[in-house]
Design a protein around this ligand. Structure first.
Ligand SMILES: CC(C)(COP(=O)(O)OP(=O)(O)OC[C@H]1O[C@@H](n2cnc3c(N)ncnc32)[C@H](O)[C@@H]1OP(=O)(O)O)[C@@H](O)C(=O)NCCC(=O)NCCS
Length: 158
């Protein structure tokens, strides 16, 4: 079911089964419920889920990031398969960038598999640049691109 309108809100424990189901469909190395629970315990971690405005029950996407001093690190971004290509990932990231900017964050960083062209293009479309390559970063030996969005030099305009 495609959602007419959707919004981000914080993850609750009740959301975990749905989140884990999506996680297993979309990631090569999916997080477990324990990974998400551990994030809920960290004061600097935010886990936001995107749900439909009508029922607030249907999760279409989510994002996990850390806010630490002047840096924001994005750890997980996912959109469930039926909701791809609708601009949801861009919408989530724009909200996080705006929020981080308001909190005085200087840069947003993340790591992405070199083979993940959809994600690399998504981040580049928002102004992220590839700032480093980390050899054999992932457990299957794949390299990572470290990508960075600087919030201090440029005015953020989406
Ligand atoms: C990557 C992902 C989050 C994109 O979600 P999405 O909601 O479909 O993306 P959007 O609709 O917001 O697309 C925004 C931009 O991303 C890029 N993009 C998204 N999907 C793409 C694809 N399949 N191929 C190429 N570029 C793509 C495009 O630049 C697009 O802009 P455009 O529509 O103007 O061309 C989604 O495919 C996903 O969940 N993948 C699996 C998990 C993952 O890889 N997460 C990132 C880990 S770092």
């Amino acid at each position: 079911m495609i959602q007419a309108t959707s919004s981000l809100r914080p993850l609750t424990n009740d959301d975990l089964p749905a989140l884990i189901e999506i996680e297993q469909k979309v990631h090569i190395a999916p997080w477990t419920a324990e990974h998400f629970r551990a994030e809920l315990e960290k004061p600097y971690s935010e886990v936001l889920v995107m749900t439909d405005d009508e029922t607030d029950a249907q999760i279409s996407a989510y994002i996990v990031y850390w806010l630490m001093f002047d840096e924001c690190q994005i750890l997980n971004v996912a959109v469930d398969l039926p909701y791809r290509g609708l601009g949801l990932a861009k919408k989530m990231l724009r909200q996080v960038v705006t929020l981080a900017d308001k909190k005085g964050v200087h840069r947003i960083v993340l790591d992405v598999r070199q083979s993940n062209q959809a994600a690399v293009q998504l981040y580049q479309s928002l102004g992220f640049v590839i700032s480093r390559v980390q050899k054999a970063f992932y457990s299957n030996g794949e390299d990572a691109y470290g990508m960075t969005l600087s919030l201090i030099d440029d005015k953020i305009e989406f």
